[in-house]
Design a binder for this molecule. Structure first.
Ligand SMILES: Cc1cc2nc3c(=O)[nH]c(=O)nc-3n(C[C@H](O)[C@H](O)[C@H](O)COP(=O)(O)OP(=O)(O)OC[C@H]3O[C@@H](n4cnc5c(N)ncnc54)[C@H](O)[C@@H]3O)c2cc1C
Length: 258
């Protein structure tokens, strides 16, 4: 059975996802982080949820007419165990069921979340960390960057649709920071050239670094190739496609690969 055909009901997911549990959460707040980013607060009993920065949850999206097994994945931007709450940052895009859920679900609604999930987490041995991607990746990038032990170095090259989306992470004062926001302008969402032009003029720090890439499938593939050419070793590069232009993510939440 291919990955895309695996069942997405709660029991099957819990049987196959090591270390994951199901949580029933209530949507308690929603706000604009920026013009294109929706902030969401969800609350519930989180006493057994201990994600690594960069981990995500798989949400059961009440897809119109669906059977409750339609999933979308969103990165945990932050978790507060004292308040039993967590935050998500969701890219405001037209149309898809995940984006619709993020934008329109009434406060007080319940949602099932399964996790923690995710392989892209901070490399604790790296001296510097470079995060590259689009707004769907900003939650993961900032959650990981905020976990860097000082004196480390965080570099960001992030493509944004609107200059007002240039929101910053909350980093320790002793972390060196370089941030480059690339405005998308008229470029297509699967065009990596804006990010690559900015990376071309970025000098990587000395010592050992780690590069993390997340976003549109073709952009992520192009960047994987790019970093190979810039001699970033494979074990210092984590790439993760989050979505695919023109193609809905599959019912288990991953973008469709060819
Ligand atoms: C591990 C993981 C973690 C993720 N974390 C986050 C997160 O923290 N925040 C976040 O916003 N997203 C995140 N995503 C992406 C998210 O799961 C969905 O893919 C996204 O919200 C779109 O889902 P949808 O159901 O609205 O659209 P879909 O049904 O998947 O797609 C509908 C249409 O919208 C287009 N589309 C989808 N995503 C985008 C986009 N970002 N920009 C422009 N067009 C798009 C598609 O190409 C398609 O044409 C993550 C994905 C993965 C795999």
């Amino acid at each position: 059975m291919s990955t895309s055909e695996r069942p997405t009901d709660t029991k099957s997911l819990l049987a196959r996802l090591d270390g994951a549990a199901a949580y029933t959460l209530t949507l308690t707040d929603r706000w604009d982080v920026s013009p294109s980013l929706i902030g969401m607060r969800l609350e519930g009993d989180l006493s057994t949820l201990h994600p690594l920065p960069g981990n995500d949850l798989m949400f059961g999206i009440p897809d119109a007419g669906g059977d409750g097994t339609f999933r979308r994945r969103y990165t945990i931007r932050s978790i507060n165990h004292e308040a039993d709450s967590l935050e998500l940052w969701v890219d405001r895009i037209p149309g898809g069921p995940g984006a619709l859920w993020a934008e329109k679900t009434p406060l007080g609604s319940l949602v099932e979340a399964i996790g923690p999930r995710g392989q892209v987490v901070l490399d604790p041995m790296a001296d510097w960390h470079l995060f590259v991607g689009d707004l769907s990746f900003i939650s993961a990038a900032y959650a990981m960057a905020e976990a860097i032990d000082p004196p480390g170095q965080a570099l960001f090259v992030l493509e944004i649709p609107d200059p007002a989306d240039a929101v910053l992470p909350e980093l320790d004062d002793h972390i060196g920071v370089t941030v480059c926001f690339v405005e998308r302008s008229e470029r297509s969402l699967d065009d990596p050239s804006g990010l690559i032009r900015s990376l071309d003029v970025l000098e990587f720090p000395r010592d050992d670094g780690h590069v993390y890439v997340g976003g549109e499938l073709h952009v992520v593939a192009a960047l994987k190739h790019y970093f190979g050419e810039r001699a970033i070793p494979g074990d210092a590069l984590h790439t993760k496609p989050y979505w695919r232009l023109g193609v809905s993510n599959l019912p288990h939440g991953e973008p469709k690969k060819d």
